[in-house]
Design a protein around this ligand. Structure first.
Ligand SMILES: Cc1ncc(COP(=O)(O)O)c(C=O)c1O
Length: 378
């Protein structure tokens, strides 16, 4: 278990921020790295051609460590939607085939599939939440020999309902279906092992649980998909691009691994040092220990909320870092504002009050949240 790390953040004592699934705060160290990075281009003469490659490769390697991949299996992308678009344009889909998604999945992992399915004349199969809450079983039941692509998160963004991706991955391999994962709501706070799950593509935006800057993210591309077609044709993705003087010796070959899928201008001097600082901090804490600590925090809140009559998914059915509290008569209008007035920040998603803490939270935050909830429902 990790003790509260609030001293590393600029979060005033009277703010209880339980909204990491919305926007993760930058730590002081990440802000310092970002500030310094923003100033670098004031002196462009100090930026060398090596600088176009150094931080991106460090960041790639750090993210690879988080998901048990190799550094060169990771591309740098600006958003989850970009990674999903790369996947959608590289996975074949025919008429009479289908794409399996969850009901109410985050839109960045939905629209690209609707578009591909419409173009191919294929079907989108939407898996509804089953009565017993076993989402994994429901996904497996929805898959058949027509399934070409399964595109999922590993926990639902509204209430953290969990999927067993290793079982789903095995079923995809049996059926020959592609597996595309959006782990934006779990990367860095749950151990993720691409060697065990074997997805074709896996994407995560950095600005939530990785506590990094906006407009940054990573796309893991399985080795057997790395010969695919990128969305754009950046100079940097070609072999030998390190030699600036030779850039017009145009090359047909790409850089190795997943680097062909990098977004243009991925050597972003203003954000990449902050991304590196954020990933280093997450790895230093260790995602397995973060998961344990946040699960304990949420278990405590769930127990206290149950005493107020608020229901949540069983701990076994949800990711530990997520807690969705349901009110017997739905979420009242004005509840979020009432909580905000008491310094408590969280989100409503669907019919749940979504509580998503991180290591900057402490016991005083938890008490502030519980008192605010008690007052709100009194
Ligand atoms: C599951 C999930 N994926 C992705 C995103 C962000 O998507 P994008 O990076 O495409 O803006 C969110 C934001 O809430 C999310 O909840």
């Amino acid at each position: 278990m990790i003790s509260s790390q609030r001293h590393l953040f600029d979060i005033p004592a009277d703010i209880a921020y339980f909204n990491c699934a919305y926007l993760g705060p930058l730590s002081n160290a990440v802000v310092a790295a970002g500030r310094q990075a923003a100033g670098r281009k004031a002196h462009p003469w100090e930026i060398t051609s090596e600088d176009f490659f150094t931080d991106t490769e460090i960041a790639r390697g750090l993210f690879a460590k988080l998901i048990n991949a190799e550094q060169q299996d990771v591309a740098i992308v600006p958003a989850a939607s970009y990674g999903v678009a790369v996947a959608a344009s590289n996975l074949p889909l025919d008429r009479n085939q289908s794409v399996v998604l969850l009901a109410e999945q985050f839109p960045s992992n939905v629209y690209a599939w609707r578009e591909s399915a419409a173009r191919a004349g294929a079907r989108v199969v939407t898996v509804e939440r089953p009565g017993d809450g076993d989402l994994t079983r429901a996904v497996l039941d929805a898959m058949d020999e027509r399934t070409a692509i399964v595109a999922l998160p590993n926990c639902h963004w509204a209430d953290g309902a969990l999927l067993d991706l290793e079982r789903i991955g095995a079923a995809c391999r049996t059926l020959g279906a592609g597996l595309v994962l959006d782990v934006t709501q779990s990367a860095g706070v749950m151990p993720i092992d691409v060697r065990a799950i074997e997805p074709d593509f896996l994407v995560a935006a950095c600005y939530k649980w990785l506590l990094g800057p906006y407009s940054t993210g990573f796309l893991y591309v399985a080795p057997h998909r790395q010969g695919g077609t990128p969305l754009e044709y950046s100079w940097r993705a070609r072999i030998g691009s390190e030699d600036f003087a030779g850039l017009v010796n145009y090359q047909d070959r790409f850089q190795p691994g997943a680097l062909r899928f990098d977004v243009g201008e991925c050597a972003n001097f203003h954000t990449m040092p902050a991304v590196v600082a954020a990933l280093e901090q997450i790895l230093d804490w260790d995602p397995a220990l973060i998961a344990e600590t946040l699960a304990a925090r949420n278990a405590g809140i769930a127990e206290r909320a149950a005493a107020l009559g608020l229901e949540s998914l069983d701990a076994a059915q949800r990711a530990g870092h997520f807690l969705g509290l349901r009110f017997p008569r739905g979420v009242a209008d004005g509840l979020l504002d009432a909580l905000k007035r008491q310094g408590v920040y969280l989100s409503v998603r669907g019919d749940s009050l979504r509580i998503t803490p991180h290591l900057y939270n402490d016991d005083a935050d938890e008490d502030r949240l519980m008192h605010a909830l008690e007052r709100a429902i009194a």
